[in-house]
Design a protein around this ligand. Structure first.
Ligand SMILES: NC(=O)c1ccc[n+]([C@@H]2O[C@H](COP(=O)([O-])OP(=O)(O)OC[C@H]3O[C@@H](n4cnc5c(N)ncnc54)[C@H](O)[C@@H]3O)[C@@H](O)[C@H]2O)c1
Length: 310
C-alpha cells in the first residue's frame, strides 16, 4: 500500500501534518531523531510507524526504501533556528543542507513510486532586503546561515528535478504558530514564547519598538498548504510562499492575544535583536492559484493557541 514519509514528524508542524494524513486514511512513517521533537506529539495509531533516526543515516534510509512503498515524502526535519545557525553554522549546515541533499538523492534513486517530494523551506531565504509583500520570484539574499542552507537545498532540488526527475516542490513557510510549538527555547517562535509568558504570569521582553512585522500563519493552514502541494499536479517543480498575505506587528499580536486571553502581559523592553528583519509578509497568489486559502484569521488562530495552552 502506498505510504507517506514525514521527516521531522514528531516536531511542531510535522506532527500536525501526521494527524491530518492519518485522518485522511493515509499510512504514515515518521523519521525523527527527537532532537527537538516529542513522542507526545504523535498519536498511538495503527496507520503510523515511528522510526527514531537521523535523515543523514544512509543505511537507515536504505532499510526504509526496502520496507515501504513511499509515494509522498514531506521533508520537515531540520534544526529550525536562525540563532543556532549563527552560533554553529557547521552543525546546522550538516542537518539542514547535507541531510536534505542525502534524503532527496535517496528519494530520487530509491523510491520508484514517488509522486511528490515536498520540502519545508523558509521565508528566511529572502533576507531583509526584499520588497514586501514578497513574491517567490523576488531575488533573495539570506541574512543568516539558516536561510542560505534552505536556499541551497532549493537549488539542489531544482537540479535533482531536472537531472533525475525528482517530483520536488518547495514550500517557503513564513511565521508558523499554533499548539505544540515548543516555548522552552529562546530560539522558539515568538508567539509560543509570548503565550507561555502570558499563561505563567511572567514578563515578556519586546525587542526594539515592537513595530517589526511578520506574516503569522496558523499551523492548520500550513498543513493544508502541504497537502495541496502534494496533491496538485501543477505544483511539481514549483516554489510557493506559505503565509497569509497579512502583515501584523509584534505589538499588534500581543494586544490581540491579551484581548483573546482577557489578561494583561507584563512587558519589558530590550534592545533590538541583531539581524531582526523589520518587515516580512508573503505574496500568496501562487498558492491561492492551486485552490488553497488561509482559513484562520489571526484572532481565531490565537484563540485556538490560547485554548491549547490553558
Ligand atoms: N516554525 C516555523 O515558523 C518555520 C518557518 C519556516 C520554516 N520552518 C521549517 O519547517 C520545518 C518544521 O519546523 P518546526 O517549527 O516544526 O520545528 P521542530 O523543531 O518542531 O521540528 C523539526 C523536527 O525535526 C527533527 N530533526 C531535527 N534534526 C533531525 C535529523 N538530523 N534527523 C531526523 N530528524 C531531525 C526534530 O526532532 C523535530 O521533530 C523545519 O524544516 C523548519 O526549518 C518552520
Amino acid at each position: 500500500m502506498a505510504e507517506v514519509l514525514v521527516t521531522g514528524g514528531a516536531g511542531f508542524i510535522g506532527s500536525h501534518l501526521v494527524d491530518a494524513l492519518l485522518a485522511d486514511g493515509r499510512t504514515v512513517v515518521v523519521l525523527d531523531d527527537f532532537s527537538t521533537g516529542h513522542a507526545e506529539n504523535l498519536p498511538d495509531h495503527p496507520g503510523l510507524r515511528v522510526v527514531r533516526g537521523d535523515v543523514r543515516d544512509a543505511a537507515l534510509l536504505a532499510e526504509l526504501a526496502e520496507a515501504h512503498a513511499f509515494e509522498e515524502v514531506h521533508h520537515l526535519a531540520a534544526i529550525a533556528s536562525v540563532a543556532r545557525s549563527i552560533e554553529d553554522p557547521v552543525a546546522t549546515l550538516s542537518v539542514n543542507t547535507e541531510g536534505s541533499v542525502r534524503l532527496a538523492t535517496w528519494a530520487a534513486r530509491s523510491l520508484p513510486g514517488l509522486k511528490r517530494f515536498v520540502f519545508a523551506s523558509s521565508a528566511a531565504t529572502y533576507g531583509s532586503e526584499v520588497r514586501v509583500p514578497t513574491r517567490e520570484s523576488d531575488p533573495g539574499r539570506p541574512d543568516a546561515p539558516y536561510g542560505l542552507e534552505k536556499a541551497t537545498v532549493e537549488r539542489y532540488l531544482e537540479l535533482l528535478a531536472r537531472t533525475e526527475g525528482l517530483p520536488a516542490v518547495c514550500a517557503r513557510f513564513f511565521n508558523v504558530y499554533g499548539p505544540r510549538q515548543d516555548p522552552s527555547s529562546p530560539y522558539s517562535g515568538v508567539l509560543s514564547i509570548v503565550t507561555r509568558a502570558l499563561h505563567d504570569g511572567r514578563p515578556f521582553t519586546v525587542h526594539g519598538d515592537g513595530g517589526q512585522t511578520r506574516d503569522f500563519v496558523y499551523v492548520a493552514d500550513v498543513v493544508a498548504a502541504l497537502t495541496t502541494l502534494a496533491r496538485q499536479p501543477d505544483a511539481v517543480g514549483g516554489t510557493f510562499n506559505v503565509g497569509t498575505g497579512r502583515e501584523a506587528s509584534l505589538l499588534e499580536v500581543v494586544d490581540l492575544l491579551e484581548s483573546v486571553a482577557g489578561r494583561e502581559l507584563e512587558r519589558t523592553h530590550g534592545p533590538p535583536r541583531a539581524g531582526d528583519i523589520r518587515r516580512s509578509v508573503a505574496d500568496v497568489t501562487a498558492l491561492r492559484g492551486l485552490g488553497w486559502r488561509p482559513e484562520r484569521s489571526l484572532r481565531d488562530g490565537l484563540t485556538a493557541l490560547w485554548a491549547a495552552t490553558c
